[in-house]
Design a protein around this ligand. Structure first.
Ligand code: MLT
Ligand code: MN
Ligand code: ZN
Length: 305
Protein backbone atom coordinates (compact mmCIF):
# COMPACT_ATOMS: atom_id res chain seq x y z
CA UNK A 1 0.00 0.00 0.00
CA UNK A 2 1.26 3.47 -0.88
CA UNK A 3 -0.05 6.75 0.45
CA UNK A 4 0.90 9.89 -1.47
CA UNK A 5 0.42 13.21 0.34
CA UNK A 6 -1.05 15.51 -2.29
CA UNK A 7 -1.65 18.36 0.15
CA UNK A 8 -0.40 18.65 3.73
CA UNK A 9 -1.82 22.09 4.56
CA UNK A 10 -5.10 22.98 6.28
CA UNK A 11 -7.82 25.19 4.76
CA UNK A 12 -6.18 28.18 3.04
CA UNK A 13 -2.92 26.33 2.30
CA UNK A 14 0.51 27.85 2.92
CA UNK A 15 0.96 30.67 2.21
CA UNK A 16 -2.71 31.63 2.42
CA UNK A 17 -3.75 34.20 -0.20
CA UNK A 18 -4.56 37.03 2.24
CA UNK A 19 -2.31 36.10 5.16
CA UNK A 20 0.70 38.05 6.35
CA UNK A 21 1.39 36.12 9.53
CA UNK A 22 5.11 35.59 10.23
CA UNK A 23 4.98 32.21 8.46
CA UNK A 24 3.15 33.34 5.30
CA UNK A 25 5.13 36.58 5.02
CA UNK A 26 8.39 34.77 5.83
CA UNK A 27 7.78 32.11 3.18
CA UNK A 28 7.00 34.73 0.53
CA UNK A 29 10.11 36.73 1.39
CA UNK A 30 12.31 33.68 1.70
CA UNK A 31 13.31 34.63 5.25
CA UNK A 32 12.20 31.40 6.93
CA UNK A 33 13.10 27.79 6.14
CA UNK A 34 9.77 26.30 5.11
CA UNK A 35 8.00 24.58 2.22
CA UNK A 36 4.75 25.80 0.66
CA UNK A 37 1.82 23.45 1.21
CA UNK A 38 -1.39 22.90 -0.69
CA UNK A 39 -4.70 21.99 0.94
CA UNK A 40 -5.47 18.71 2.62
CA UNK A 41 -5.62 15.62 0.38
CA UNK A 42 -4.12 12.14 -0.03
CA UNK A 43 -4.05 9.51 -2.73
CA UNK A 44 -3.92 5.83 -1.74
CA UNK A 45 -3.17 2.78 -3.90
CA UNK A 46 -2.45 -0.93 -3.59
CA UNK A 47 0.03 -0.67 -6.44
CA UNK A 48 -2.36 -2.00 -9.07
CA UNK A 49 -2.60 1.30 -10.96
CA UNK A 50 -5.87 2.64 -9.52
CA UNK A 51 -5.94 5.25 -6.74
CA UNK A 52 -8.44 6.42 -4.15
CA UNK A 53 -8.47 10.19 -3.80
CA UNK A 54 -9.04 10.99 -0.14
CA UNK A 55 -10.49 14.50 0.01
CA UNK A 56 -10.86 16.78 -3.00
CA UNK A 57 -9.12 20.05 -2.18
CA UNK A 58 -9.45 23.40 -3.96
CA UNK A 59 -5.86 22.75 -5.15
CA UNK A 60 -6.73 19.44 -6.79
CA UNK A 61 -5.88 20.36 -10.36
CA UNK A 62 -2.27 21.22 -9.48
CA UNK A 63 -2.07 18.25 -7.10
CA UNK A 64 -2.97 15.82 -9.88
CA UNK A 65 -0.21 17.34 -12.02
CA UNK A 66 2.19 16.84 -9.09
CA UNK A 67 1.60 13.07 -9.07
CA UNK A 68 2.06 11.72 -12.63
CA UNK A 69 0.67 8.32 -11.66
CA UNK A 70 -2.77 9.90 -11.27
CA UNK A 71 -2.69 10.76 -14.98
CA UNK A 72 -1.70 7.57 -16.84
CA UNK A 73 -2.84 8.85 -20.28
CA UNK A 74 -4.32 5.60 -21.60
CA UNK A 75 -7.03 7.31 -23.68
CA UNK A 76 -8.07 10.80 -24.69
CA UNK A 77 -9.97 11.35 -21.41
CA UNK A 78 -8.44 9.29 -18.60
CA UNK A 79 -7.61 9.21 -14.91
CA UNK A 80 -6.17 6.74 -12.43
CA UNK A 81 -8.57 8.08 -9.76
CA UNK A 82 -11.02 5.22 -9.26
CA UNK A 83 -13.07 6.97 -6.58
CA UNK A 84 -13.11 9.90 -4.18
CA UNK A 85 -13.64 9.66 -0.43
CA UNK A 86 -14.52 12.79 1.56
CA UNK A 87 -13.91 12.69 5.34
CA UNK A 88 -15.86 15.84 6.19
CA UNK A 89 -17.85 18.48 4.28
CA UNK A 90 -15.37 21.30 4.97
CA UNK A 91 -14.50 23.53 2.02
CA UNK A 92 -10.86 22.41 1.97
CA UNK A 93 -11.85 18.74 1.66
CA UNK A 94 -14.66 18.97 -0.86
CA UNK A 95 -14.30 21.92 -3.23
CA UNK A 96 -12.07 19.96 -5.63
CA UNK A 97 -15.11 17.89 -6.59
CA UNK A 98 -15.87 20.69 -9.05
CA UNK A 99 -12.49 20.10 -10.69
CA UNK A 100 -13.57 16.53 -11.48
CA UNK A 101 -16.74 17.53 -13.38
CA UNK A 102 -15.31 16.45 -16.76
CA UNK A 103 -15.19 12.81 -15.60
CA UNK A 104 -16.55 10.55 -18.33
CA UNK A 105 -18.96 8.67 -16.08
CA UNK A 106 -20.72 9.25 -12.77
CA UNK A 107 -18.01 9.96 -10.19
CA UNK A 108 -17.89 7.37 -7.38
CA UNK A 109 -18.00 9.45 -4.17
CA UNK A 110 -17.71 7.78 -0.76
CA UNK A 111 -18.95 9.83 2.19
CA UNK A 112 -21.19 9.47 5.23
CA UNK A 113 -24.90 10.40 5.17
CA UNK A 114 -24.15 13.56 7.23
CA UNK A 115 -21.45 14.72 4.81
CA UNK A 116 -23.79 13.91 1.91
CA UNK A 117 -26.49 16.00 3.58
CA UNK A 118 -24.20 19.07 3.80
CA UNK A 119 -22.87 18.55 0.26
CA UNK A 120 -26.39 18.44 -1.18
CA UNK A 121 -27.89 21.28 0.94
CA UNK A 122 -25.73 23.95 2.59
CA UNK A 123 -22.89 23.54 0.07
CA UNK A 124 -24.57 21.51 -2.69
CA UNK A 125 -21.49 20.44 -4.67
CA UNK A 126 -22.86 16.95 -5.24
CA UNK A 127 -26.16 18.33 -6.55
CA UNK A 128 -24.30 20.62 -8.96
CA UNK A 129 -22.11 17.74 -10.11
CA UNK A 130 -25.26 15.86 -11.16
CA UNK A 131 -25.49 18.37 -14.05
CA UNK A 132 -21.96 17.46 -15.20
CA UNK A 133 -20.54 13.93 -14.81
CA UNK A 134 -23.10 12.78 -12.25
CA UNK A 135 -22.39 11.24 -8.85
CA UNK A 136 -22.37 7.60 -7.85
CA UNK A 137 -22.75 8.05 -4.08
CA UNK A 138 -21.43 5.15 -1.99
CA UNK A 139 -22.64 5.72 1.59
CA UNK A 140 -20.00 5.17 4.27
CA UNK A 141 -21.46 3.76 7.47
CA UNK A 142 -19.07 5.14 10.06
CA UNK A 143 -21.47 4.59 12.93
CA UNK A 144 -21.97 0.90 12.12
CA UNK A 145 -18.28 0.85 11.29
CA UNK A 146 -18.43 -1.61 8.40
CA UNK A 147 -15.13 -1.88 6.54
CA UNK A 148 -15.05 -1.81 2.76
CA UNK A 149 -12.80 -1.82 -0.29
CA UNK A 150 -12.87 0.31 -3.43
CA UNK A 151 -13.48 -1.49 -6.75
CA UNK A 152 -10.12 -1.57 -8.55
CA UNK A 153 -8.15 -1.26 -5.28
CA UNK A 154 -8.75 -4.64 -3.62
CA UNK A 155 -5.49 -4.58 -1.67
CA UNK A 156 -6.54 -1.72 0.63
CA UNK A 157 -9.26 -2.20 3.22
CA UNK A 158 -10.88 0.91 4.69
CA UNK A 159 -12.26 1.18 8.20
CA UNK A 160 -14.23 4.37 8.94
CA UNK A 161 -13.86 5.85 12.44
CA UNK A 162 -16.25 8.55 13.77
CA UNK A 163 -14.24 11.50 15.13
CA UNK A 164 -15.34 14.17 17.59
CA UNK A 165 -14.79 17.45 15.75
CA UNK A 166 -17.14 20.16 14.42
CA UNK A 167 -19.37 20.31 11.36
CA UNK A 168 -18.53 23.04 8.79
CA UNK A 169 -19.50 26.66 9.56
CA UNK A 170 -22.41 26.52 7.07
CA UNK A 171 -23.84 23.26 8.42
CA UNK A 172 -27.02 23.24 10.51
CA UNK A 173 -25.05 20.92 12.84
CA UNK A 174 -22.03 23.28 13.24
CA UNK A 175 -21.57 22.97 17.03
CA UNK A 176 -23.80 19.92 17.55
CA UNK A 177 -22.23 17.52 15.08
CA UNK A 178 -23.57 14.08 14.27
CA UNK A 179 -21.09 11.25 14.94
CA UNK A 180 -20.46 10.93 11.19
CA UNK A 181 -19.92 14.63 10.35
CA UNK A 182 -16.18 14.02 10.61
CA UNK A 183 -14.54 10.65 10.16
CA UNK A 184 -11.07 9.23 10.18
CA UNK A 185 -9.97 6.17 8.25
CA UNK A 186 -7.79 3.20 8.91
CA UNK A 187 -6.16 2.09 5.67
CA UNK A 188 -5.17 -1.56 5.96
CA UNK A 189 -2.73 -3.20 3.57
CA UNK A 190 -4.50 -6.53 3.13
CA UNK A 191 -1.39 -8.46 2.16
CA UNK A 192 0.68 -7.53 5.23
CA UNK A 193 -2.00 -6.35 7.68
CA UNK A 194 -0.14 -3.05 8.17
CA UNK A 195 -2.32 -0.12 9.17
CA UNK A 196 -2.31 3.64 8.75
CA UNK A 197 -4.73 5.71 10.84
CA UNK A 198 -5.67 9.00 9.13
CA UNK A 199 -7.49 11.66 11.17
CA UNK A 200 -7.01 15.19 9.82
CA UNK A 201 -9.82 16.72 11.90
CA UNK A 202 -9.67 15.51 15.48
CA UNK A 203 -11.07 17.53 18.37
CA UNK A 204 -10.80 14.94 21.10
CA UNK A 205 -9.38 11.46 21.76
CA UNK A 206 -12.08 8.86 22.26
CA UNK A 207 -11.34 5.30 23.37
CA UNK A 208 -11.70 4.20 19.77
CA UNK A 209 -9.19 6.82 18.60
CA UNK A 210 -6.71 5.70 21.26
CA UNK A 211 -7.16 2.09 20.19
CA UNK A 212 -6.74 2.80 16.47
CA UNK A 213 -3.72 5.03 17.09
CA UNK A 214 -2.06 2.31 19.20
CA UNK A 215 -2.71 -0.40 16.65
CA UNK A 216 -1.46 1.64 13.71
CA UNK A 217 1.96 1.24 12.12
CA UNK A 218 1.61 4.88 11.12
CA UNK A 219 -0.68 7.71 12.23
CA UNK A 220 -1.36 10.67 9.99
CA UNK A 221 -3.01 13.01 12.41
CA UNK A 222 -4.46 16.50 12.90
CA UNK A 223 -1.59 18.97 12.95
CA UNK A 224 -3.68 22.11 12.40
CA UNK A 225 -2.52 24.29 15.29
CA UNK A 226 0.34 24.41 17.76
CA UNK A 227 -1.71 26.44 20.29
CA UNK A 228 -5.44 26.50 20.80
CA UNK A 229 -5.45 30.34 20.69
CA UNK A 230 -2.91 30.55 17.85
CA UNK A 231 -5.16 32.36 15.37
CA UNK A 232 -6.02 35.08 17.90
CA UNK A 233 -2.40 35.33 19.10
CA UNK A 234 -1.27 35.96 15.55
CA UNK A 235 -4.08 38.49 15.02
CA UNK A 236 -5.41 36.28 12.22
CA UNK A 237 -8.92 35.35 13.44
CA UNK A 238 -10.78 34.95 16.70
CA UNK A 239 -11.67 31.23 16.47
CA UNK A 240 -9.94 28.78 18.77
CA UNK A 241 -8.80 25.36 17.68
CA UNK A 242 -11.44 23.84 19.93
CA UNK A 243 -14.19 25.85 18.25
CA UNK A 244 -13.01 24.52 14.90
CA UNK A 245 -12.79 20.92 16.13
CA UNK A 246 -9.00 20.66 16.12
CA UNK A 247 -6.92 19.58 19.14
CA UNK A 248 -3.76 21.70 19.35
CA UNK A 249 -0.33 20.11 19.72
CA UNK A 250 0.93 21.93 22.82
CA UNK A 251 -0.50 22.06 26.32
CA UNK A 252 -1.50 19.37 28.72
CA UNK A 253 -3.50 16.62 27.02
CA UNK A 254 -2.58 18.13 23.65
CA UNK A 255 -1.55 16.20 20.58
CA UNK A 256 2.11 15.84 21.67
CA UNK A 257 1.08 14.21 24.95
CA UNK A 258 -1.27 11.93 23.05
CA UNK A 259 1.30 10.89 20.46
CA UNK A 260 4.14 10.25 22.92
CA UNK A 261 3.17 6.68 23.93
CA UNK A 262 2.35 5.44 20.44
CA UNK A 263 4.56 2.68 19.02
CA UNK A 264 4.26 3.47 15.31
CA UNK A 265 5.36 6.25 12.99
CA UNK A 266 3.76 9.59 13.93
CA UNK A 267 3.10 12.22 11.26
CA UNK A 268 1.20 15.51 11.62
CA UNK A 269 -0.91 16.55 8.62
CA UNK A 270 -3.47 19.31 7.82
CA UNK A 271 -1.08 21.99 9.13
CA UNK A 272 -2.47 25.50 9.33
CA UNK A 273 -0.31 28.29 7.92
CA UNK A 274 -0.05 29.98 11.34
CA UNK A 275 1.54 26.92 12.96
CA UNK A 276 5.16 27.59 14.04
CA UNK A 277 6.17 23.98 13.21
CA UNK A 278 6.12 24.99 9.53
CA UNK A 279 9.32 26.94 10.20
CA UNK A 280 11.91 24.18 10.12
CA UNK A 281 14.26 26.23 12.31
CA UNK A 282 11.68 26.93 15.03
CA UNK A 283 11.95 25.65 18.61
CA UNK A 284 8.51 24.06 18.20
CA UNK A 285 9.79 22.01 15.26
CA UNK A 286 12.82 20.99 17.34
CA UNK A 287 10.44 19.69 20.00
CA UNK A 288 8.71 17.53 17.40
CA UNK A 289 12.06 16.22 16.16
CA UNK A 290 13.04 15.32 19.70
CA UNK A 291 9.72 13.49 20.17
CA UNK A 292 10.11 11.56 16.90
CA UNK A 293 7.11 13.28 15.32
CA UNK A 294 7.24 14.05 11.60
CA UNK A 295 5.50 16.82 9.67
CA UNK A 296 3.87 15.80 6.39
CA UNK A 297 4.87 17.66 3.24
CA UNK A 298 3.41 17.80 -0.26
CA UNK A 299 4.88 14.90 -2.22
CA UNK A 300 5.64 12.77 0.87
CA UNK A 301 5.06 9.06 0.29
CA UNK A 302 4.30 6.47 2.93
CA UNK A 303 4.76 2.83 2.05
CA UNK A 304 3.29 0.08 4.20
CA UNK A 305 3.51 -3.62 3.60
C1 MLT B 1 -10.98 23.12 9.03
O1 MLT B 1 -10.62 21.95 9.02
O2 MLT B 1 -11.44 23.67 10.06
C2 MLT B 1 -10.85 23.81 7.72
O3 MLT B 1 -9.54 23.75 7.27
C3 MLT B 1 -11.51 25.11 7.61
C4 MLT B 1 -11.62 25.58 6.18
O4 MLT B 1 -11.42 24.85 5.21
O5 MLT B 1 -11.93 26.77 6.01
MN1 MN C 1 -9.83 21.46 7.09
ZN1 ZN D 1 -0.46 32.80 7.51
Amino acid sequence: MRIFVLGSGAGGGFPQWNCNCPNCAGLRRGTIRARPRTQSSLAVTDGGGAWLLVNASPDLRAQIESCPELQPGRSVRDTAIAAVLIVDAQIDHSTGLMTLREHTRPLPVYCTPSVHDDLTKGYPLLSVLEHYCGVDWRPVDAIGGASFTIPGIPGVELHPVPLPSEAPPYSPRRHAPAPDDTIGLVFVDRASGQRCFYAPGLGEWTDRVVEEARRADCVLIDGTLWKDAELADRGAADKTGREMGHLAQSGRGGMLDRLAPLPGRKILIHINNTNPILDEASPERARLDAAGIEVAWDGMEIELG
